[in-house]
Write a protein of this length. Structure first.
Length: 237
């Protein structure tokens, strides 16, 4: 039995797929039992909906739930092996409402952050098949975006995407779009935050490493774990 009657590649010659899941559920509708018939209708509706989501475009609600569960699992896996002194932020959403995982370390002049988040699917970058990115940022508690930007200026070389990728090695390099670039913004951010860096108002400034569309959960764990290790190399001068 399977979801449909399509042949199975390399299946034994004596196999026959004559019964489908939908056919099994529909057959219950001929039961003399009222409850069995009711369950048949409900189960067939659910299966039809799941099959449509599995083979077609998922709804925004399904995407959001999948992202949140995937990142929560990623947080659990990376937190177990994170360097001592790494603090995980339990918040599961970015300021824009996207699912994210954030971890940071205290420094002599503030804090340094690694964040992995789901890009907004409505944004130009989010529509190119690269739904996740890692941000590495520096910040000062309670500081203005300008002050965070000045700190980022001070450590611009360390914050650059290429520096992180070079540290992380070839495995992570293959997961990142344009690993040779610095990962900073090319234009102004409409007055919000420092004009040359990715970041948040009062939440740090830094670079962005967009992951390729082929990156799966295990790859994300590898890349984000490397980012957490990279935070320990922060140059406190």
């Amino acid at each position: 039995m399977g979801p449909n009657a399509d042949p199975i590649p390399n299946e034994p010659s004596h196999w026959s797929r004559q019964l489908t899941v939908a056919g099994l559920l529909a057959s219950w509708n001929r039961s003399p039992d009222d409850l069995a018939r009711l369950l048949s209708v409900r189960a067939l509706q659910q299966f039809t909906q799941l099959e449509a989501e599995a083979t077609g475009l998922a709804s925004q609600a399904s995407i959001a739930l999948s992202d949140a569960l995937r990142l929560r699992q990623l947080a659990s896996m990376t937190q177990a092996t994170a360097p001592p002194g790494t603090i995980f932020e339990p918040k599961q959403r970015s300021e824009a409402g996207a699912a994210n995982i954030c971890a940071w370390r205290k420094t002599a002049d503030g804090y340094v952050v690694a964040e992995i988040q789901r890009l907004n699917p409505r944004s130009p970058r989010g529509s190119t098949g690269t739904p996740f990115e890692i941000r590495i940022m520096v910040g000062i508690p309670g500081a203005t975006p300008e002050a965070d930007g000045e700190l980022a200026d001070k450590h611009r070389g360390w914050l650059a995407r290429r520096s992180f990728v070079q540290y992380a090695g070839s495995t992570v390099q293959a997961m990142v779009v344009a690993p040779e670039d610095d990962g900073f913004k090319t234009g102004k951010s409409r007055g919000k935050g420092h004009p040359r860096y990715y970041g948040y108002k009062g939440g740090g400034q830094g670079s962005s490493a967009v992951l390729r569309s082929t990156v799966d959960l295990n790859n994300m764990v590898t890349a984000f774990s490397a980012a957490l290790q990279y935070l320990t190399t922060y140059p406190e001068q």
